[in-house]
Write a protein that binds this ligand. Sequence first.
Ligand code: 13P
Ligand code: SF4
Length: 301
Amino acid sequence: MNLKEKIQKLKKEKNAVILCHYYQRPEIQEVADYIGDSYYLSKIGKESMENTIVFCGVKFMAESAKILSPQKSILFPNINAGCPMADMATLKQVKEFKKENPNVKIVCYVNSSSEVKALSDVCCTSSNAIKIINKLDCDRILFLPDKNLGSYIQEKVKDKEIILWKGFCVSHSRIDKKEVLKVKNSVENLITLAHPECEKEIREEADFIGSTGQMIDYISKSLNKDFLVLTEEGILHTLNKNNPDKNFYTLDSNITCSNMKKVTLNDVYESLLYGKHDVKLEEDIMNKAYKSLNNMHILSK
Ligand code: 13P
Ligand code: SF4
């Protein structure tokens, strides 16, 4: 039996389900039961009937699944897969901000630590941030940690002041405008899509801006043939698979998230075999963070 077959066998024996983000390695996308963006995976994790979830993504995703389903066993195959952006808002900094600005609502991007979620009013992902912020009954909002998604939200939500944090995605912020223009100038009728984690000067080059899942939907419905997708390269596996008749162009430099790539097929196998690493969080943090994550699910309906 090869590794993939062993994983499928163990998955059945343990009544487990494998959730996978679009940035994961192609071979992991191939063994997954569900592939999606952050919001879709959070929804599936919450609603799935299986008692064991193997979460192939980064730490905040697995922790969020645990917070929403404390009774389930959430297995996180590689504990070293963090998100540098999530680490850019610390508990101490957010506590200080709250003390100095007691009347400002805090909206945290799901790419944040569980402790920061516990201090926030509501959580969001890039697919529902605008919808959620529009529904909040307040004029001033602190959005953290991503300054790029925050400034994109401010462009779309005119009647509220969005206070920006200084965080950013190390992978998306490396995208070079010169490389983008090189591809745009060399392909006729090219449609450019960008993730809102990109810098403003990159977003300005895009015909469509959205989460990974929204970009995939847009492309599947489009009658165009040629696309430049400005986000982590893992998405190309699903895009090529779902759209064999469409062309996907890439930049000279790869857009890669080294953390997303830390999870290997062998890690997935061992996580099922040995039940590792079973996510555990402090009860108090879980209860408080549950409120902000659950508010996201209520407000994004
Ligand atoms: P989405 O899949 O929600 O677009 O998020 C991208 C991301 O950076 C996850 O870390
Ligand atoms: Fe974090 Fe960026 Fe990697 Fe997403 S792509 S996990 S935001 S570092």
